[in-house]
Design a binder for this molecule. Structure first.
Ligand code: ADP
Ligand code: MG
Length: 366
C-alpha cells in the first residue's frame, strides 16, 4: 500500500522536445493518497496511459520524480514496484486454465499454495468466474478473458496500488456496470490505492471518490464529481463534465458594463469589478445549463433571448437559445413549460464563474 507522488514530472516521446506540444506529460505535480479510489479522466490522447505507464515503471519519465511513500522509484523496474496494472485488452496465458491464470501473480511471489487457493477462490467469486476455473483461457469469450485479466490484477492484496487502463472497453455495457460496482466493493474491502483510467465521465464518477481531469498532458483539476460539476477549474472541465457541458460566454468590459459582443449582460456587479483588473482579452463567463433561470416573461434583471430549438428529453428539456450573437443552452425540468419564441434569463450570481485565460478565478463577493 502506498501514497504515490509525482514531482515536477514531465515526459516527451521525442528526443529533443522544445515546445509544450512536444510533451505527452507537461510538467506536473500530483499526489494519489494511500487507499484512495481515483479516476483519471480525459479525452483520447491527453496522456492517461503515458502517466499510468510512468507510475508502473513501464516507461521512464524524461524528467521529474515518482515517489512511493516518499521513496524515489524512478529507476526501479515494474516488478520491483509492487504494482498491478490492468490494460485495455486482456493479458492472459491462453494455454493455462482460468485458475492457473489467476494464481500466477501469487505463485510468482512464492505465495503458499493454500493461500493461493483462498485468494483465487475469493477473486473468482467477486468476478463471477467460479464456474470457469477449469477452462483453458483460450476458450473464453473476450469479456471473460478481460475478467480474468482484471482478476490477475486484483489477486494480490499486498500490492502498493492497482492501475486500471480503460479496463472495460471490451466488456458489454450491462456487465460494465456490474464490474464497476464490483471494483468499488473490492476497493472498500481491501483499501488498496486504485487509479482507474477512463474517457467516460459516468464511469469515472461511479467508481471514484475523486477524479483527476487530464487535458493536454496536465491534470487541470482534481476533485470530487460534485466539485468538478459545480466549480470547474478550467474551461475544459466545464465542457467535458456535464451533459450538455457548461456555457461559456466571451465577455469584455465597456464603460463599466459587462458585454457579450454588443449585448449587455445583467449580472452581479462584482464581475464588472473583477474585470477591471484583468489584462488579457481571453475572458469568459461560465454557467451550467442547469443553473440558468428561464422565465416566460421579463422579470427584474432578466435578459431577453431567442428560443431557437427545444430538445425534449422526457424528464427534462434542453433549450437552445441565442443571447445576441451568443449561443446558450439551458435545462428545464418537465414541470416547466418550454418557452416559445422568446425567453428571459437570469444568471444567479453564485452560479457564474469567471474564466481568465481558460482558468477559473475567484470573484470576491460584495
Ligand atoms: P491516452 O491514454 O490519454 O489516450 P496516451 O498517453 O496514449 O494518451 O498518449 C499521449 C500522447 O503521446 C499522444 O499524443 C500519443 O500520440 C503520444 N504517444 C503515446 N505513446 C507513444 C509512443 N509510444 N511513441 C510516441 N508517441 C506516443
Ligand atoms: Mg490510453
Amino acid at each position: 500500500m502506498a501514497e504515490i507522488a509525482l514531482k515536477s514530472l514531465a515526459h516527451s516521446y521525442l528526443p529533443n522536445p522544445t515546445k509544450p506540444g512536444d510533451y505527452a506529460i507537461r510538467e506536473m505535480n500530483h499526489v494519489w493518497q494511500q487507499g484512495g479510489a481515483y479516476a483519471l479522466l480525459g479525452p483520447s490522447g491527453c496522456g492517461k496511459s503515458t502517466l499510468l505507464n510512468i507510475i508502473s515503471g513501464l516507461l521512464e519519465p524524461s524528467s521529474g520524480e515518482v515517489l512511493f511513500d516518499g521513496e524515489r522509484v524512478n529507476s526501479l523496474p515494474p516488478e520491483a514496484r509492487n504494482i498491478a496494472q490492468v490494460f485495455q485488452f486482456p493479458v492472459v496465458y491462453d494455454t493455462m486454465t482460468v485458475y492457473d491464470n489467476l494464481a500466477f501473480p501469487l505463485r510468482n511471489v512464492k505465495t503458499p499454495e493454500d493461500r493461493v487457493h483462498e485468494r483465487v477462490m475469493e477473486v473468482a467469486d467477486a468476478l463471477e468466474l467460479t464456474p470457469h476455473l477449469k477452462r483453458k483461457a483460450k476458450n473464453l469469450s473476450a469479456d471473460e478473458k478481460q475478467k480474468v485479466s482484471m482478476g490477475r490484477g486484483l489477486v494480490r492484496d499486498d500490492v502498493s496500488a492497482i492501475l486500471f487502463d480503460e479496463p472495460l472497453t471490451v466488456i458489454d455495457p450491462q456487465l460494465k456496470w456490474k464490474l464497476r460496482r464490483k471494483l468499488k466493493e473490492i476497493h472498500q474491502r481491501f483499501e488498496i490505492t486504485m487509479v482507474y483510467v477512463t474517457h467516460d465521465q459516468l464511469e469515472a464518477s461511479t467508481f471514484a471518490d475523486k477524479i483527476a481531469v487530464m487535458y493536454e498532458g496536465q491534470v487541470v483539476q482534481f476533485g470530487t464529481p460534485r466539485e468538478l460539476f459545480e466549480a470547474p477549474n478550467h474551461t475544459f472541465v466545464g465542457y467535458f463534465i456535464g451533459s450538455p457541458g457548461m456555457n461559456f460566454i466571451d465577455v469584455s468590459l465597456r464603460n463599466g458594463r459587462v458585454m457579450a459582443g454588443e449585448t449587455e449582460l445583467h449580472i452581479g456587479r462584482e464581475i464588472a469589478k473583477a474585470l477591471q483588473d484583468v489584462r488579457t482579452t481571453n475572458v469568459k463567463l461560465g454557467i451550467r445549463p442547469e443553473f440558468i433561470e428561464v422565465h416566460d416573461t421579463a422579470v427584474e434583471g432578466s435578459m431577453a433571448v431567442d428560443v431557437e430549438h427545444v430538445q425534449d428529453l422526457g424528464t427534462y428539456s434542453i433549450l437552445y437559445l441565442k443571447l445576441g450573437e451568443t449561443s446558450l443552452k439551458a435545462r428545464i425540468e418537465e414541470e416547466q413549460d418550454a418557452p416559445v419564441g422568446k425567453a428571459y434569463l437570469r444568471f444567479p450570481n453564485d452560479r457564474v464563474g469567471l474564466y481568465v485565460d481558460e482558468f477559473r478565478v475567484e470573484v470576491p463577493h460584495e
